[in-house]
Design a protein around this ligand. Sequence first.
Ligand SMILES: NC(=O)c1ccc[n+]([C@@H]2O[C@H](COP(=O)([O-])OP(=O)(O)OC[C@H]3O[C@@H](n4cnc5c(N)ncnc54)[C@H](OP(=O)(O)O)[C@@H]3O)[C@@H](O)[C@H]2O)c1
Length: 319
Amino acid sequence: MKTVSMKAIVCTKYGPPEVLQLVEAEKPEPKDDEVLIKIFATAVTASDIYIRSGRVKWSMMIPFRLMMGFTGPRKPIIGEVLSGEIEATGKDIKRFRPGDRVYGLTGFSLGAYAEYKCMKENDSINGCISLKPENISFEEATMAAYGGLLAFQFMEKANIQRGQEVLIYGASSTTGIIAIQFARYLGARVTSICSASNIEMVKSLGADAAIDYTKQDALDPQMKFDFIFDAVGRNKSSGLKKSLGRNLTANGTEASIDDENLKLDSKRLDLIRDLIEAGYIKPFIDRCYPFDELAEAHEYVGKGHKKGGVAITVCYNRK
Ligand SMILES: NC(=O)c1ccc[n+]([C@@H]2O[C@H](COP(=O)([O-])OP(=O)(O)OC[C@H]3O[C@@H](n4cnc5c(N)ncnc54)[C@H](OP(=O)(O)O)[C@@H]3O)[C@@H](O)[C@H]2O)c1
């Protein structure tokens, strides 16, 4: 039987962006409980940089390599975010049909740096998918899936009430940008912390106030917040970030994006889609690269200063 191929980008050993190679790979076929997605767009996230480079904190090195592979990722087609169209469905599939436009995350199965990916319709550690918001591009949908799932996971838990004061640290990250808009949707007053070059952007997304973390080491102690969300993680800090604990109200709570693992949850993707379609949330794309320039995108994201997200167009031919 003739094998049908697809384009994919593989990472066969840990290293700099140049380890990413464009290859012809076997096009997957859906099992009875799988859908076949024709991927239109993927994204390069901070997590992809760890997976490609293999560079994580020393304390995490052994668990990371046990999980991912010793000299390179065990699953050479990496990539965790996708949006595209269902091309075919296995006989047991109930939620989707061919032609549906979807967005989601591939979890431990990775595989989004390719033209096609098979996924189960039910959520698992190997991913979650839902119908994509209709009013945004496939590229924007990748940001919505990644930043949206992370922001909603931590902010839903915070039980933010109308009129509360919320502070988003790292407001210019993929997750921070969605967190600002979700907090505003919930009726909170939002203060954002980012660098000077991103202040106008975060204000244009609805932040009531924005503060440059490079210019001051502490906030006025009179400023009090009911919820403080660190949207960039523990590896990125500043004098200002370290001092924020004293700006919590007596019952205030704080959370870091690194506090718990990302939950792959298609119900949450449905909620994100509804809020995007209702106009409350819009993802932000810093740069978009063609598929064959994915290594360049890794180079850029690896510098750690992207605004919002970096998308990759895998297929331009969309009906
Ligand atoms: N819980 C989970 O399962 C999970 C999953 C995925 C990711 N994460 C976490 O999410 C983090 C963010 O990922 P990402 O892809 O959204 O973003 P990212 O690319 O790591 O963040 C880029 C943004 O962070 C800002 N930034 C850099 N250094 C900063 C600092 N010291 N203080 C404040 N802002 C700073 C940059 O703007 P400026 O440089 O202009 O300030 C830029 O806009 C990851 O690093 C990881 O820790 C967690």
